[in-house]
Design a protein around this ligand. Structure first.
Ligand code: 5GP
Length: 195
């Protein structure tokens, strides 16, 4: 039924290939959720309130919702929104804060959840900004990683999948705000973004 619906909208036809199916994503996200929860429990680095898990809006929203749903530990949630400037398929590295966290993170265990690490500039900026607030610890979980695109050294603590240098959409990732609600991740056909 799902398949018919997606075909009907035509969104799936804009994909040149499907890189990760919904099932592959779900299975890896559950693994990551357990791994993260075990690490926090094992290193004794968790206070009674557990980590503050921060979603970077909007791209990480699907990953975030699935990840926290399968983390069997107490957590608090918070959201941050940043915008990066550049072309529609590559960021320039200039980043600005659109919405800050609601809560304070001083002395707290913090996990940042991001959709994809590309140049590494967004997360480097964010880590610098949040470290200055003196959290007890600060880690990053990213669903996707494009290591070949780095412009600054950056290594996330948890990675779902390392992928090639292709522009991908789906499962939260957009092109011009479209495709975020696809359950899979695919490579967008160049004719969909090239003029
Ligand atoms: P960075 O600062 O690491 O270059 O870029 C991170 C941001 O660029 C991601 O949060 C994401 O919004 C965007 N981005 C990087 N690669 C892709 C991609 O392949 N597809 C989409 N939709 N966004 C991407």
């Amino acid at each position: 039924m799902d398949k018919l619906n997606w075909e009907f909208t035509g969104m799936e036809h804009d994909l040149e290939s499907i890189l990760l199916t919904g099932e592959q994503i779900q299975s890896r996200v559950r693994e990551l959720a357990n791994l993260i929860a075990e690490d926090y429990m094992a290193d004794g680095g968790m206070d009674a309130r557990g980590p503050v898990v921060v979603c970077i809006l909007k791209g990480a929203v699907m990953f975030y919702a699935d990840l926290i749903r399968f983390m069997p530990i107490p957590i608090s949630i918070d959201f941050i929104s940043i915008s990066s400037y550049g072309s529609k398929t590559a960021s320039s590295g200039e980043v600005s804060l659109k919405k800050d966290l609601d809560g304070k993170i001083e002395g707290r265990v913090v996990l940042i959840v991001e959709d994809i690490v590309d140049s590494g500039l967004t997360l480097s900026y964010l880590l610098r900004m949040l470290s200055a607030r003196n959290p007890r610890s600060l880690k990053v979980a990213a669903l996707l990683d494009k290591p070949s695109r780095r412009r600054v050294p950056f290594q996330a603590d948890y990675i779902g999948f390392a992928i090639e240098d292709k522009f991908v959409v789906g499962y939260g990732l957009d092109f011009d705000q479209l495709y975020r609600n696809l359950p899979m991740i695919g490579v967008l056909k160049p004719e969909c973004y090239e003029p």
